[in-house]
Design a protein around this ligand. Sequence first.
Ligand code: 5GP
Ligand code: ZN
Length: 119
Amino acid sequence: MAGEPDANCLFCKIVAGEVPATVVLETETTVAFRDINPQAPTHVLVIPRAHYPDAVSLAEGAPLIAADLLATAGVVAEREKVADTGYRIVLNTGAGAGQTVFHVHAHVLAGRGLEWPPG
Ligand code: 5GP
Ligand code: ZN
């Protein structure tokens, strides 16, 4: 069922504490942790505790949690001291766009020049 944990999902295992992660912030509905393969000095992933495969399914199934996800990204940016200089929130959606983990996650990237358009 939408929102229920998926036993085969890596990020559900991080939420459950079954897989370790460097957690930087936890809220009632979200968890933020450092990406294992950082692409910028600040590279934090923000996920909902609930399992939704991508951003659109989260927005459709649990819009308040989708808002929490973005709000948590903003708090992470403040704590990482990149809120003033700027940061990028990325929601890769679908394999063709580079999504490899199908539990929605917002990448918070900052700390170096970020090109636009992205690769
Ligand atoms: P995607 O390519 O799906 O947008 O992003 C998945 C991200 O998850 C990648 O940036 C990858 O480095 C990160 N990742 C994959 N496995 C792990 C893990 O076990 N722990 C952490 N912290 N990050 C992971
Ligand atoms: Zn999951």
